[in-house]
Write a protein that binds this ligand. Structure first.
Ligand code: SF4
Length: 344
């Protein structure tokens, strides 16, 4: 393998590398556009650079990335891909087609160390951070890559626990020399790690969503241990102050479990927590994990919840379940990874 991996490099890094040979920023930009926007995987096909530079890169660099090892298709059209990076870390990526919307749900870590007890990824353990190149690889190297128009950071791992690589990936995704997505088409989901949350807000214009589970701290701690160090109430206070002119979408994800967090008390608590903010609520059905007796709230209760939130002035929507039959839905990624040879 060649020694410099450009698939995941910033414009500055590409420039620094070719600068040693006397080439300038315009050539670096042409290389970046070829890799990210045109998704070219073979250096000989980058035509807008001098032949001598092409020969240098053929010897010294790699732009291809790596393909998924395996895929599984859901009856609803979603596809789950299994990747193994060059360090042997396994992770999964999900493609979700829905009309004109083509979304990729990317992972940021192999496993996760946040310890949320309802999550299969958590049970897989934590095996390491993915690099910005690994994150971008999921957008560049799945078969429907050309169709993608939305990216969500909702796969394996906690994005704010791998902040530097997530920020770098967001820069590559949104830069005009990169993949040129609007930041409003990219959503990063978090349990809310406060220092990283504040840094993300300062450094990126992408959308943010907070996994809430309950408006009550004592209940949230049991399901999202991060609540102990970084209470959701504080994160929501920060989200509520984001000026509307920023245009980014800020939301909370509320996974609904029958008889656990879908009571009138929870509804009133949610309204009180979000009152006067522009934070939206995404209601999601709970996905049952093996051995867990909990059940998703029924459709009627979810619709009532949404209705009550909307009439109290809070934007709310119900997100459909996708990919549950292939364990590609929220909280289910990593279900089959032990079968793929990662040593624990
Ligand atoms: S829910 Fe998210 S943050 Fe919690 S363990 Fe699972 S992947 Fe990690």
């Amino acid at each position: 393998m060649n020694n410099k991996n450009f698939a995941g490099a910033s414009l500055t890094e590409i420039h620094d590398f070719i600068g040693q040979e006397g080439y300038g920023i315009s050539h670096a930009r042409n290389i970046a556009v070829a890799i990210y926007r045109k998704r070219i995987r073979d250096i000989s096909q980058i035509t807008r650079i001098p032949k001598k530079l092409r020969l240098f890169l053929t010897r010294e660099a790699d732009i291809g990335g790596y393909p998924p090892e395996k895929s599984e298709i859901s009856s609803d059209g979603s596809v789950k891909y299994l990747f193994r990076n060059r360090d042997g870390l396994l992770y999964e990526t999900v493609y979700i087609p829905e009309g004109k919307r083509h979304t990729v749900c990317v992972s940021v870590q192999s496993g996760c160390r946040m310890g949320c007890p309802f999550c299969v990824t958590s049970k897989y353990g934590y095996h390491g951070n993915l690099s910005a190149g690994d994150i971008i690889n999921q957008v560049r190297n799945i078969p429907p890559a050309e169709k993608l128009n939305h990216v969500v950071f909702m796969g394996m791992g906690e994005p704010l626990d791998n902040l530097d690589n997530v920020l770098k990936a967001c820069t590559i995704l949104t830069s005009e020399w990169g993949m040129a997505f609007s930041p409003l088409k990219i959503t990063v989901s978090t349990v809310g790690i406060r220092p990283a949350f504040e840094k993300f807000l300062q450094s990126s214009g992408c959308n943010l969503t907070l996994s809430l589970f309950s408006p009550f701290s004592a209940e949230r701690i049991k399901v999202i241990p991060a609540e102990r160090s970084w209470p959701a109430g504080e994160i929501i206070g920060i989200m509520g102050k984001i000026p509307a002119k920023e245009r980014r979408r800020v939301s909370v994800a509320y996974v609904m479990i029958s008889g656990i967090n879908d009571s009138e008390r929870h509804l009133e608590g949610l309204k009180a927590l979000l009152k006067g903010t522009r934070i939206r609520v995404n209601l999601l059905p709970y996905h049952n994990i093996p051995g867990d007796p909990a059940k998703a709230s029924d459709e009627q209760r979810m619709t009532q919840f949404k209705h009550e939130l909307v009439i109290s002035g809070i934007s709310a929507s119900i997100r459909k379940s996708r990919g549950e039959d292939i364990s590609a839905a929220c909280g289910l990624l990593a279900s089959g990874l032990k079968a793929h040879g990662r040593k624990n």
